[in-house]
Write a protein that binds this ligand. Structure first.
Ligand code: FMN
Length: 225
């Protein structure tokens, strides 16, 4: 059995039959998952839609429980329950697919809230001052993390003129080792706000790249070739 964890985070929905105002990042997620699970009935996809089931923000009680050195009280166990489940889903996954819009040059708040639940001491990273100035070390490994993104403007990709403004891709790439990523992949559709030919071309290219990447990861993680 191979497991895919799919995290979607756009505030917009996606419906094949409606041409306008549909989430592009969700549309890419749909193409990716269709291709990845095609002809593979044993692949299990766990889908967490963060815009419907919004993660709670962490607070002082959460941090006290997460850093508790002794056994947890029942109340602390409850406080950590959503984090425990999210971490289990990450641990169980071979491929983690994150579909995300760019909001204010970064990730949506619901996605950041999910990362704050998942990246937890002694669960997804260890902390040891004996390592000097870099005390954090990811615990998980062997996974692929895929970011399927959409943004309204352009020139945000690596090597392009506005890459320094793109805090969505760089942030998620930086966090991906804490999800256990050995490999990070990114595909983005651009120019949504212009709604012109450049947007249509970019969207079409992102769909094609998404399907190609799904084939590659299917060979790598699922069929093992
Ligand atoms: C609240 C909000 C903030 C946005 N901020 C940016 C931005 O900083 N840069 C950008 O290029 N596009 C921005 N956009 C445009 C979205 O990234 C674009 O509409 C994208 O397609 C959204 O993803 P979705 O289609 O999956 O919903 C923003 C849109 C919204 C609703």
């Amino acid at each position: 059995m191979k497991n895919i964890l799919y995290i979607s985070s756009s505030a917009r929905k996606y419906n094949d039959h409606k041409p306008q105002h549909q989430s592009i990042s969700r549309m890419l997620g749909k193409h990716f998952l269709n291709e990845l699970s095609a002809d593979l009935p044993d692949v299990e996809v766990v889908h967490r839609d963060l815009s419907i089931h919004q993660p709670a923000f962490i607070d002082e009680a959460f941090l006290a429980a997460a850093f508790e050195k002794h056994s947890l009280s029942e109340e602390q166990q409850q406080i950590l329950a959503a984090s425990d489940l999210a971490i289990k889903e990450v641990k169980d996954a071979d491929v983690i697919v994150i579909s995300s819009p760019m909001y204010n040059y970064g990730m949506p708040a619901v996605l950041k809230a999910w990362f704050d639940l998942v990246i937890r001491v002694n669960q997804t990273f260890s902390f040891d001052l004996a390592r000097g100035d870099k005390p954090l070390l990811p615990i998980l490994s062997g996974k692929s993390v895929v970011l399927l993104a959409s943004w309204g403007e352009c020139e945000f990709k690596k090597g392009e003129t506005q890459h320094h403004l793109n805090h969505l891709s760089s942030h998620i790439e930086q966090l991906s080792p804490y999800l256990g990523a050995d490999n990070f992949y990114e595909i983005a559709s651009e120019y949504q706000e212009f709604n012109d030919q450049r947007h249509q071309d970019s969207k079409q290219k992102a769909i094609e790249d998404t399907i190609e990447l799904a084939k590659l990861l299917k060979a790598k993680h699922v069929t093992g070739h």
